[in-house]
Ligand binder design. Structure first.
Ligand code: BES
Ligand code: ZN
Ligand code: ZN
Length: 495
């Protein structure tokens, strides 16, 4: 998808479609009015006849029959005027792109980026379009002949400052590239996206951006006593990897932000085997790891002045002959012992060693992302990631970044009382509680391994994969976390 910044009157521009937004409660928005005027008031009459409501993310494609230079108008609902936000614009842009897919339109012009002042709606529009137009087709032997929208013209008033707009456009595209990179990794099937594959992707990416990348293999993990991670990996013939990315751009004195991402490339549950229904979806269990690699990529590509470490413990959870078993007691890298009661609670096992490893960086903040619990999907669905942590400041900053990026988070409590659920008779703790408060007991487990770090855990089990199209998240991998964490890191960079 190519974006072309243009200056002048968009209504005089010849293209296949012109995208215009429409509020549900106000038809006086100037851009809408101008388009409607050219069509002799047709849009307003459709609205009056309840053929189009302006409700959020409703669309209608209308041929212009020569009354405008564009062949069609794509009207997108923006919802209530008072509720307009960058996120609404992002969604409208994504919705428009998906609507045009059916009509096989290749070139369009957008008016959505003019709805808010400044460059934010430009970025929102670009993000919505690139992310909404994503399709993963690497495993189809017949390529689709329609490759989606190729050209998007974005008009600005003559005399607008081009440099600032160019910069905003490049920034948005760069960020989206990292999101799509993460989505691709998650979309690949488990037989391809193994721990070694993830490590390879991280190495390739780091070479491209001049970032330091180190990959620990089994022997080094053994030397580091990462027994919790190794315990999970032993059930599979795929050897584990521990990926370490270091992007340092803020000077030696600045303590880094450390990101940790769950990299289970397939989660069968292990000996505590999952039910067969829907098990194929468990290839997305490395979405946290993909988000971490994608975030480091975006930070480097955007040249954010931050110190950033990305850690991805990667393994496959299978019930092979060497697999860890219920009843086993594992001594984690931190020295704390864990009684295994459910081998399907493997994410926290690989994360606990990574979180302990993270301590050597003396993190300014430690943030982990993981498709950790089915309970989180029950609690929040696919509309928000679960957030828990031990530091109000980091949680607040994440909440603000969530608001800005549209990647919503919702906090669950992490009271010490929940530790009750994880008590073991034989070891320091169990790796799983009962059916109650599954998302919280998982976070409580992780908390034991973060030392004194200011730490936030994000459970993305419900947000990493969409079963249905969303405006800028087509069905499938979402790349969740990259935009959220970059927004957070921008805040870190501002100080
Ligand atoms: N990867 C799963 C969590 C998951 C479930 C993500 C559904 C997305 C959709 C995780 O490893 C897991 O199996 N968790 C268990 C924990 C339980 C055994 C304490 C779960 O949620 O059932
Ligand atoms: Zn599991
Ligand atoms: Zn898992």
């Amino acid at each position: 998808m190519q974006f072309h910044l243009k200056f002048g009157d968009p209504l005089k521009f010849s293209c296949q479609a012109l995208i215009v937004g429409c509020f549900e409660d106000d038809l006086s928005e100037p851009l809408f009015k101008r388009v409607d005027h050219s069509l002799g008031g047709y849009l307003e009459s459709l609205y009056r006849q309840h053929e189009f409501s302006g409700k959020q993310n409703k669309t209608r494609i209308i041929p212009t029959l020569g009354k405008l230079s564009a062949e069609r108008i794509v009207v997108v609902g923006l919802g209530k005027k008072k509720e307009l936000s960058t996120e609404r614009i992002r969604q409208a842009a994504g919705t428009a792109i998906q609507a045009m897919r059916d009509t096989r339109i290749k070139s369009c012009a957008s008016l959505l980026h003019l709805l808010e002042k400044g460059s934010r709606s430009l970025q929102g529009t670009v993000e919505g379009m690139i992310l909404g137009g994503y399709a993963f087709q690497q495993y189809k032997s017949k390529k689709e002949d329609y490759g989606g929208i190729e050209d998007v013209a974005m008009f600005f008033p003559a005399g607008a400052k081009k440099d600032g707009l160019d910069k905003a456009l490049i920034e948005a595209r760069t960020l989206c590239e990292a999101v799509l990179f993460a989505r691709d990794m998650v979309s690949h099937p488990g037989n391809v996206a193994t721990p070694a594959f993830l490590a390879e992707k991280a190495v390739e990416m780091s070479a491209r951006y001049g970032i330091a990348c180190q990959v620990l293999e089994r022997e080094e993990m053994e030397r580091n006593s990462m027994e919790a991670l190794l315990a999970v990996a032993r059930g599979s013939r795929q050897p584990p990897r521990f990926i370490i990315l270091e992007y340092l751009a803020a000077g030696e004195k600045v303590r880094p932000t450390v990101l940790v991402g769950k990299g289970i490339t397939f989660d069968s549950g292990g000996i505590s085997l999952k039910p067969r229904e829907g098990m194929e979806k468990m290839k997305d269990d490395m979405a946290g790891g993909a988000a971490v690699i994608g975030t480091v990529m975006a930070a480097a590509a955007l040249k954010l002045p931050v110190n950033l470490i990305g850690l991805v413990p990667a393994a496959e959870n299978l019930p092979g002959g060497g697999a860890y078993k219920p009843g086993d007691v594992i001594k984690s890298m931190s020295g704390q012992t864990i009684e295994i009661v459910n081998t399907d609670a493997e994410g926290r096992m690989i994360l606990c060693d990574a979180l302990h490893y993270a301590q050597r960086y003396k993190p300014a903040a430690l943030i982990d992302m993981a498709t950790l619990t089915g309970a989180c999907v029950v609690a929040l669905g696919s509309f928000a990631s679960g957030m828990m942590g031990n530091d109000e400041g980091v949680k607040r900053a994440i909440r603000e970044a969530a608001q800005e990026s549209g990647e919503r988070v919702w906090e669950l409590p992490l009271w010490e009382d929940y530790g009750e659920l994880m008590k073991s008779d034989i070891a320091d703790m169990k790796n799983a509680g009962g059916p109650e408060a599954g998302t919280i007991s998982a976070a409580w487990f992780l908390k034991n391994f973060v030392g004194k770090s200011r730490w936030v855990h994000l459970d993305i089990a419900g947000t990493a994969w969409m079963d249905k199209d969303r405006p800028y998240m087509p069905k499938g991998a979402t790349g969740i976390g990259v935009r959220l964490l970059i927004e957070y890191l921008k805040g870190v960079a501002r100080g």
